[in-house]
Write a protein that binds this ligand. Structure first.
Ligand SMILES: [Zn+2]
Length: 210
């Protein structure tokens, strides 16, 4: 066993989840708190898998109305129209703005679905105590976390569309329930990613090596 295989946890140290201060655990100690900021200390985020699942399942449920219900209602001199995300993408594509259609498709359909699937894969693999490619799975988690910061891009697209149509004063446009559900999916996926503890990916590996 080389030095890289020994974790702080095995040495009886754990870091505060809030301020990262390192603490030494005393034998038989329960309900320890950080002596700098008073936060509860844990070796791993408590109930990480269960909480991640809770947010993921809620996100999957909202994913349905987000894609099926209209994200916006448009009315103009030429009649009223309700658009879902997909019908909006098709409309943009047909009307020649294929680059805008591509942006909306990637930001509103591809990225949110990929994030949900990636997190589901990670949490299932951790639950099964998989030892498969921990480095690749950690990288996957980092990508999901990084993309999370740009998640509001999706909401932004709807906001920009609303603003664009408002510029043409002959039409009115309103966000529909689909947009609310979509915002819910984005936020819930971010919360799921935050609750997931990526250190769990490496735990079965450590047990395997002894
Ligand atoms: Zn602290």
């Amino acid at each position: 066993m080389n030095v890289g295989d020994i974790t702080a946890g095995q040495m009886g140290f754990y870091a505060c989840h809030v301020c990262n201060l390192l603490a030494k655990s005393e034998p038989g100690e329960h309900d320890a708190v950080c002596r700098r900021c008073g936060s509860p200390l844990h070796l791993r985020k408590p109930d990480s898998v269960a909480r991640t699942w809770a947010f993921l399942i809620a996100a999957y449920i909202l994913f349905v109305p987000a894609n099926v219900m209209p994200i916006m209602h448009t009315s103009s001199l030429f009649g009223a129209q309700a658009d879902t995300i997909m019908s909006g993408v098709i409309y943009l594509w047909m009307s020649g703005s294929w680059h805008l259609a591509l942006v909306v498709f990637i930001a509103s359909i591809l990225v949110p679905s990929a994030k949900l699937l990636a997190l589901t894969f990670l949490v299932v693999s951790v639950q099964r105590r998989s030892t498969w490619e921990p480095m690749q799975r950690t990288k996957l988690y980092r990508v999901v976390e990084f993309v999370g910061r740009w998640s509001m891009l999706d909401i932004f697209v709807v906001a920009i569309l609303v603003a664009l149509v408002h510029l043409q004063s002959l039409a009115t446009i309103e966000a529909g329930f689909g947009a609310v559900a979509f915002g819910g999916v984005v936020v819930l996926t971010m919360l799921a990613a935050m609750e997931f503890d990526p250190r769990l990916i490496w735990d079965p590996k450590r047990v395997q090596h002894g």
